[in-house]
Write a protein that binds this ligand. Structure first.
Ligand code: GTP
Ligand code: SPV
Ligand code: MN
Length: 592
């Protein structure tokens, strides 16, 4: 093990003092500053293998790839243990768990006290955003997990580059993470937006511990965005190129495991030759009003932390290509030949494998081989569809914002809001069936505003008000849409084929954004006219399409609107009047 680095690679006194203070608390045996070099990657990989944190996969078939199994109790985000710690409870709002900073520092501090004894504390400097861009945020994660270090290498611009960009500035996010003993009783993910600080303890699972991602780039960033006039969103970003070579950029906010990565890497169907989708980001977008009155989007991440199950050459060819090298696989199944497998992967199930818990598995086994929330971590630069613009410090101009979720009934395939304010209402009241991305019951419909329920770092009523404000600053705002790929028939099967065919819907969305096609007005928004969406290759007739995927059932929608109201009522006095007015307007349209 490398000893405490003799020369600390920065002269930033505030930074050095803080690292020292955390080391005093956590009491690691030594402290290592990460530089992000290739030599360091090799060293950390060897050490992580020696410590049993990761295993090497077959280096001929999967060069640079690692395998990891998490503790069985530590496979997803834990929303009930995630806190926003503001001085006033009001600023965390009705949708967040709140703890006072004093209580949180005490409670988590007691767990961190000595938690790194016998371990090394790694100092990870990282940039969220594009190096050199004035829209960056610089963060540090002090962690006792090499798995975290290796993942952060892929997910962020990490090491010397971040220290250089920080210089002597004191403006950085202070992240502390310790696995501690991985017990759920001592697991907390606490955010202190007033101190630009994150403390995460007792977990080693992605969203809880890769602090640049959900903790910084969404929770802390959304708080900063509210202060600074921009938005941090749970959105993928793509460029859609038509056969003439014109590219239109759109973002989509879907809750966890609801199709962002798949949409971000879409391969056009055979029925749309000459089209191309460019991936800018698959999970997070930072959105700012530009001088031109348009909304501009940057992907602050450098890698993908994507859902493995269901990923195959048909559903997501680009992801399959992306994870062929330099990828960390977590909680998938491991085959005897040193490669990996998951439910819904290419090819037949292996005759034998070790499942995500390390137990022998065969196709006859009752349990799944891969955990439903098993994931791959891969560099975005390896994605064949990565956009030439993905590292543009200005970002890309957005023509449409798409909200969506998993709803077996009620929500049609696609509709468009009447205007920005109505679009904000649609986002604010959207809902989805829960998935295995977070601990808890799967398949329960819940409101998940803008897909940010677990990620908004401040009062959700203030957040809606901020969305309304941003719209007012835009001379040329994106048009706002809602989609639902997940409507099912009586047998519980998806009616819409999804994946590549979703481009038919995106085409309509772009045409509508450009004002190039007419639509039908329904009580909930504009829906496609008959023939408005090309059904070639979908196996659906126009009649079935209209009836099973586009119909807006007034009775069902009155119930839906009532459930939306119950959610809005819980927000309390910070709910903007405009949102309430939109609700009343919806009821009027549904009953007229
Ligand atoms: P997070 O990383 O958790 O934020 O998720 P995500 O929104 O990026 O979800 P992802 O694209 O990984 O999709 C999750 C699941 O939805 C996978 O099992 C996909 O196979 C499935 N899925 C994605 N797109 C579609 C679609 O168009 N239709 C259907 N039926 N399933 C889809
Ligand atoms: C999500 O749950 O929305 C994810 C995965 O993108 S995690 O980073 O674990 O939160
Ligand atoms: Mn996500």
């Amino acid at each position: 093990m490398r000893k405490l680095i003799e020369t600390i690679p920065t002269s930033n006194k505030t930074l050095i003092a803080w690292v020292d203070e955390v080391a005093q608390l956590c009491k690691p045996d030594n402290v290592v500053w990460c530089d992000g070099s290739e030599a360091e990657r090799e060293l950390f990989t060897r050490q992580a293998i020696a410590q049993g944190e990761v295993e090497l996969l077959d280096q001929k078939k999967l060069p640079g790839c690692l395998y990891s199994r998490s503790a069985e109790n530590d496979v997803a985000r834990v929303e009930e243990l995630t806190f926003i710690c503001t001085k006033e409870k009001r600023n965390a709002g009705s949708t967040n768990n709140w703890m006072s900073p004093k209580e949180a520092y005490q409670k988590v501090g007691a767990i961190l006290d000595g938690a790194m004894r016998g371990r090394t504390m790694y100092v990870i400097p990282f940039i969220m955003g594009v190096p050199g861009s004035r829209f960056n945020k610089i963060g540090f994660e002090l962690t006792d997990s090499l798995y975290v270090v290796l993942n952060m290498r892929l997910m962020t611009h990490m090491g010397r580059v971040a220290l250089e960009e920080l210089g002597d500035s004191t403006d950085f996010t202070r992240g502390v993470h310790s696995k501690a003993d991985l017990s759920e009783k001592k697991r907390f993910i606490c955010h202190f937006p007033e101190d630009n600080t994150i403390w995460s303890v007792g977990s080693n699972y992605g969203g809880n511990v890769l602090l640049g991602k959900k903790s910084l780039a969404l929770r802390i960033a959304s708080w900063l965005g509210n202060k600074e006039g921009w938005l941090a969103e749970h959105m993928m970003i793509i460029g859609i190129q038509n056969p003439k070579g014109e590219i239109h950029y759109v973002t989509a906010a879907f809750p966890s495991q609801c199709g962002k990565t798949n949409l971000a890497m879409l391969v056009p169907p055979d029925s749309m030759p000459g089209w191309k989708v460019w991936t800018v980001g698959d999970d997070i977008a930072w959105l700012r009003p530009g001088d031109d009155g348009r909304l501009w989007a940057v992907n602050p991440e450098a890698g993908f932390f994507g859902v493995a199950p269901g990923t195959n050459s048909h559903t997501n060819w680009n992801a399959v290509q992306t994870v062929r090298k330099n990828t960390i696989f977590t909680n998938v199944a491991k085959k005897p030949d040193g490669t990996v497998w998951w439910e819904g992967a290419d090819g037949p199930a292996p005759q034998e494998a070790l499942d995500w818990k390390g137990h022998p598995w065969t196709p006859e086994s009752k349990e799944k081989a891969a955990h439903p929330n098993s994931r791959f971590t891969a560099p975005a630069s390896q994605c064949p569809s990565i956009s030439p613009e993905w590292q543009n410090p200005k970002g890309v101009p957005i023509s449409a914002i798409i909200f969506g979720g998993r709803r077996a009934k009620t929500e049609p395939l696609v509709y468009q809001s009447f205007n920005w304010q109505h679009g904000v209402y649609i986002g604010a009241t959207m809902s989805s069936e829960t998935t295995s991305a977070a601990k808890g019951k799967v398949g329960v419909v819940r409101r998940d505003p803008m897909a940010m329920l677990p990620f908004c770092g401040y009062n959700i009523g203030d957040y809606f008000a901020h969305w309304l404000d941003v719209g007012k600053k835009l001379k040329n705002p994106p048009k706002i849409f809602h989609v639902n790929w997940f409507r099912t028939n009586d047998k519980g099967e998806f009616i819409w084929p999804g994946f590549g065919e979703n481009l038919d819907v995106l085409y309509w969305i772009i045409q509508r954004s450009l004002g190039k096609t007419d639509a039908k007005e329904s009580p909930i928004g504009y829906v496609p006219l008959p023939g408005g969406i090309d059904l070639e290759g979908t196996g659906l007739t126009e009649e079935r399409f209209q009836k099973e995927l586009l119909e807006v059932d007034r009775e069902e929608w009155l119930k839906e609107a009532q459930s939306q109201k119950e959610f809005l009522d819980k927000i309390g006095e910070t709910l903007p009047a405009a949102i309430r007015q939109e609700h009343e307007a919806l009821i009027r349209r549904l009953t007229s």
